[in-house]
Design a protein around this ligand. Structure first.
Ligand SMILES: CC(C)(COP(=O)(O)OP(=O)(O)OC[C@H]1O[C@@H](n2cnc3c(N)ncnc32)[C@H](O)[C@@H]1OP(=O)(O)O)[C@@H](O)C(=O)NCCC(=O)NCCS
Length: 166
């Protein structure tokens, strides 16, 4: 049984391993192994994860069953858009997907930002499973970007938003 809780420094090795495995399973066919390795080094290094843990106006959650971390989620208030929380990461290990862990992490994350009127997420257009998940959780498409994640990524994404109840 997995429980959702705030992440700590002690979780970061497991979170990094989860991200490496889940990223390869999700994105190798879209981006290629090399590109996934490169992005993983940049975005999922221990220093990058530590910086996320330390960030203010942000929530870093893990789903943990006492032995392993089965999922993680990270969201933060936007620096550029008013009253907007951005869901930067939501990842569940492949062997635990479709068992309600993503839903449980998201349910917690969407209650963490009382000042936000909306939550925003960027999704790879070919990632139909993630798009189905977000649509099932009340997100609708509002636009697209050519640079998902950071300004030089070169990765296209669909932008979806959900209105949050104040
Ligand atoms: C997308 C992801 C976070 C969803 O988490 P999960 O734990 O697998 O999903 P849940 O079991 O909580 O699903 C909740 C609901 O979302 C929808 N859903 C989830 N996965 C789906 C899929 N593959 N196809 C269609 N609908 C899906 C369903 O409505 C599901 O409810 P149901 O199982 O009762 O039908 C997870 O599958 C994942 O990590 N995928 C790979 C990485 C990824 O794409 N992350 C998102 C990046 S933006």
């Amino acid at each position: 049984m997995f429980f959702v809780r705030t992440a700590s420094d002690r979780d970061l090795d497991k979170v990094r391993a989860l991200l490496i495995e889940t990223w390869h399973a999700t994105y190798d066919t879209f981006y290629g192994v090399e590109k996934v390795n490169e992005l993983t080094e940049r975005w999922h290094s221990l220093p990058a994860l530590k910086a996320r843990l330390a960030r203010k106006n942000a929530e870093f959650l893990v789903a943990d069953d006492g032995r392993q971390v089965g999922g993680m989620g990270y969201a933060a208030m936007s620096d550029t858009q008013p009253k907007t929380a951005v869901l930067h990461q939501l990842y569940v290990l492949p062997k635990f997907q479709r068992q309600g862990i993503g839903r449980d992490i998201f349910a917690e994350l969407e209650t963490c930002f009382p000042d936000a009127e909306r939550m925003r997420v960027e999704v790879e257009p070919q990632n139909l499973h993630a798009l189905a998940f977000y649509r099932a959780h009340g997100f609708t498409e509002v636009g697209e970007t050519a640079n998902c994640g950071d300004e030089q990524s070169g990765l296209p994404a669909v932008i979806l938003e959900k209105r949050l109840l104040g």
